[in-house]
Design a binder for this molecule. Structure first.
Ligand SMILES: [Zn+2]
Length: 364
């Protein structure tokens, strides 16, 4: 198994096309054609993690956070980022970062937070838009059924809990083949009229190359006519944050105690209590202040996130309780998620959960 094979599984878990624009995900260090000896999964890549990888004979690190975030101009070991990259290269260790691709995944960082809290009826808090595409194509009527089926098999036509969704209509297509053409129907130099079916299907954008390959492989025309449109519709299965419900409502104080215990945090910083029970809980692992309004609009009684600043606590506006449980604490279970996913996909292989706590913050 090579690094690129592991990447294929990670891409299936959290397609990198759904990562945020500011992010730096993917294979940051290493050659994708290298044979993998073992995989170490961590939240952050530090020098101590490279040492752990060497000790445990893993030549691939799957890290939640990317160690390289901005461009690096010098490699002389003057800061921890350069030292980590240099040490990884010297020891032939690859580093793959998944970060916001996994934040935006349906079964990602935030689903894992909901899981820890036992939340039910989970939904994405901020569904991403412009990641659903529509294919419109035209095929001879007799071919339409099998082409539609092949497109469904390639992953097109799924809307929520429904598969095989499409719309078709019939009409007449025209074309005239030139001397250089090799038409499957019609004659060179004569305008041909063909009764055709127009097929419309939607698909998630990460599937595009597969969908187009399926179209070209299964269409009889030398030149396949097709159109691709990016839809503005929100995709309920991809996006930041999540909202769900506690099985039973809880008193505020009890909930905060439960939160502190569940995420093993040294401190929960929170806005004023509102003297009402907690039922609806919104979560966003990592720095989530940008989603305060979304949590409020979704009717959350509380919003659990990290990295909230002083003034941002005012944005609770007496409508919900904002709770900052710590950045590391909010994302800590993410590495377990990656390990269990990879173990399911790659059996009998060393996929190791790092023992090192990489949280740079200590509580006094
Ligand atoms: Zn983070």
């Amino acid at each position: 198994m090579q690094i690129k094979d592991v990447i294929q599984h990670l891409e299936a878990m959290a397609p990198s096309t759904y990562a945020e624009d500011f992010d730096n995900v993917g294979l940051l260090v290493g050659d994708p054609n290298t044979k993998v000896t073992g995989i170490l999964v961590t939240l952050d890549t530090l020098e101590s993690i490279i040492d752990e990888a060497i000790e445990k004979q893993c030549n691939m690190i799957v890290s939640f956070h990317p160690i390289v975030f901005k461009g690096i101009k010098k490699f002389n070991g003057s800061n921890y980022v350069e030292r980590v990259v240099m040490k990884a290269i010297k020891n032939d260790i690859a580093i793959f970062a998944i970060h916001t691709a996994l934040d935006n995944a349906l079964h990602g960082v935030n689903d894992m937070m909901c899981e820890q809290l036992g939340l039910l009826n989970r939904k994405i808090l901020i569904p991403q838009s412009e990641n659903i595409k529509k294919l419109i194509t035209f095929a001879p009527i007799a071919e339409a059924e099998s082409l539609r089926t092949k497109l469904f098999e390639a992953g097109a036509g799924t809307i929520g809990n429904y598969d095989n969704c499409s719309f078709s209509s019939e009409g007449v297509g025209t074309f005239k083949a030139s001397e250089k053409a090799n038409p499957s129907i019609g004659e060179i130099g004569k305008t041909h009229h063909e009764k055709e079916t127009q097929i419309q299907v939607t698909y998630p954008k990460h599937n595009e190359s597969k969908i187009l390959k399926t179209l070209f492989d299964n269409h009889s025309y030398e030149e396949v006519a097709y159109e691709i449109i990016t839809l503005e519709n929100k995709n309920q299965n991809i996006g930041m944050g999540m909202i769900g419900e506690l099985p039973e409502e809880m008193e505020e104080q009890d909930f905060l105690t439960y939160l502190k215990k569940t995420f093993k945090t040294g401190c929960v910083r929170h806005s004023a209590l509102l003297n009402k029970p907690i039922k609806k809980v919104a979560v966003l692992g990592g720095s989530g202040s940008f989603a305060i309004k979304n949590a409020q609009r979704a009717g959350a009684d509380t919003f659990i996130t990290a990295d909230l600043k002083y003034h941002q606590f005012y944005e609770a506006e007496g409508k919900l309780i904002l709770a900052d449980i710590g950045h590391y604490e909010s994302e800590q279970y993410t590495k377990n998620l990656i390990v269990s996913y990879l173990r399911k996909k790659i059996s009998n292989f060393a996929i190791i959960l790092s023992d090192i706590n990489t949280n740079p913050i200590q509580y006094f």
